[in-house]
Design a protein around this ligand. Structure first.
Ligand code: SF4
Length: 435
């Protein structure tokens, strides 16, 4: 996987070879991949800051690359980030964390970095840094509840990890292993803490979020139960799910969204393909009929809901007519945003060796066609709200009395206010423009 360009690296530098001669005071995190990685990175950042580190954009003493290995191009980006980090500060201590150490441990070790920790070992990474800080006579402190940083408008909270779906193109089920859900008491405590500091919206993250709780003994407490309990927290104003599989968009979830204004009117539901044959070959556990039935149920209950999605184009065996079917189906559903991914096989997944692989030029052309449709649908959806009163979470200021914000329908807006608004605050506005 790692080509000869890495062979010149210093082979004598082994991971965890002891601590820094000079205590690093600044850190920089390069995050690749999904929202779960983003959450992990912000958690590491908060922990490091409690240890006395400061965030730096240049010349950071400690560079952390939180890697993603979901596709070959993701791995190429990891490698680029490593090169960039080395270029930015050749003297920096470098940590490679996340998915690469899980999947490619030996190769990662050959990269000659200072720390290597997998996605599930980030607490150990921070503990190691803490130990070294203490050994150096630096600040010693207990890492407890994260302090919320005022420059963040929404709080991403990982409550679930792992997936056992084994979609034929996806490495995550191999990477992240079996399902594991965080205990609800810790979640509630963390949310009370951050929302008590003025953050209105929490985004619940997970790899297979809809299966929250099923791995716990008795499996009696699910996502729906957690949501109901979270909605009781007075300081919490909005809850958004980072993503949910269509098979988990059950009637209870739909009814809860209808009944409770704290549930953001937005669901990210990965479609992946709009052709039943391709869905089957992807090992996705639904067909178009099922998908449509759930969406129409959802729209009956919450007509204005934003439904965003992920679609892979150029999957092995995707004929021109399969692709046309996907285009037509995306239009029929009327997604409010489509994240398009040209198929990029990971060698450890079954789809890597499927017959009828497509050329890069076909994938590129299909990706741009679908993206064009996605942009058209997004514009249509967003513009349908113009002139209406909407709730937004304040993201920051633009100029003068102008603010930026994210609506519960997931689009970004600009608006004016003579009030002094705080980042993270939830406001209702009537006069706004799309960004
Ligand atoms: S549901 Fe499929 S695509 Fe999603 S994480 Fe699990 S295996 Fe990967």
């Amino acid at each position: 996987l790692y080509g000869p360009e890495f062979m010149f690296l210093d082979q004598n530098k082994s991971p965890e070879r002891g601590f820094l001669h000079l205590m690093p005071k600044t850190y920089k995190i390069y995050t690749l991949g999904c929202k779960v990685n983003q959450y992990d990175s912000s958690k590491v950042a908060l922990d490091l800051e409690q240890l006395g580190f400061q965030k730096a954009e240049v010349q950071a003493d400690l560079a952390i690359i939180n890697t993603c290995t979901v596709t070959h191009s993701a791995i190429a980006k990891d490698k680029k980030m490593l090169e960039q980090a080395r270029r930015e500060n050749p003297a920096a201590k470098i940590a490679i964390v996340g998915c690469m150490p899980v999947n490619y441990r030996e190769e990662t070790e050959r990269l000659g970095v200072d720390y290597i920790y997998g996605a599930a070992e980030l607490d150990k990474f921070v503990a190691q840094i803490q130990k070294e800080v203490e050994a150096e006579g630096g600040v010693s402190c207990e890492i407890d509840l994260p302090k919320f940083k005022a420059d963040k408008s929404r709080y991403f909270l990982k409550i679930q990890d792992g997936c056992q779906q084994f979609c034929s193109y996806c490495i995550i089920a191999y990477n992240r292993g079996k399902l594991s859900s965080r205990e609800k008491d810790g979640i509630i405590e963390e949310i009370k803490n951050v929302t008590g500091q003025g953050v209105a919206e929490v985004v619940l993250c997970g790899i297979h979020l809809g299966l929250y709780g099923v791995d716990k003994a008795g499996a009696q407490y699910h996502l729906i139960d957690l949501l109901k309990e979270l909605f009781q927290i007075e300081t919490l104003k909005k809850v958004r799910l980072s993503s949910i599989e269509i098979t988990e968009v059950n009637d209870e979830i739909i009814e809860l969204m209808k009944a409770n204004r704290k549930f953001s009117r937005h669901l990210h539901i990965p479609l992946q393909a709009g052709s039943d044959g391709i869905l089957k070959s992807m090992n996705r556990p639904y067909d178009k009929e099922y998908f449509s039935e759930r969406i129409s149920r959802l729209r009956q209950a919450v007509p204005e809901v934003a439904i965003t999605t992920d679609v892979i184009v150029g999957f092995p065996g995707e004929t021109e007519s399969c692709f046309e079917e996907t285009l037509a189906y995306c239009r029929e559903i009327g997604f409010s945003k489509i994240h398009v991914f040209p198929f990029s096989a990971h060698e450890k997944t079954p789809a890597f060796s499927f017959p009828d692989q497509l050329s890069e030029s076909i994938k590129k052309r299909r990706a741009s066609e679908l993206q064009k449709l996605g942009d058209e649908l997004e514009k249509k959806y967003n513009e349908s709200f113009l002139g209406q009163e909407i709730e937004v979470v304040v993201d920051g200021r633009s100029e003068g009395e102008n603010y930026r914000g994210k609506s519960e329908y997931y689009f970004d807006v600009r608006f004016q206010s003579s009030d002094k608004l705080k980042v993270g605050e939830l406001v209702t506005i009537k006069n706004w423009q799309l960004i």
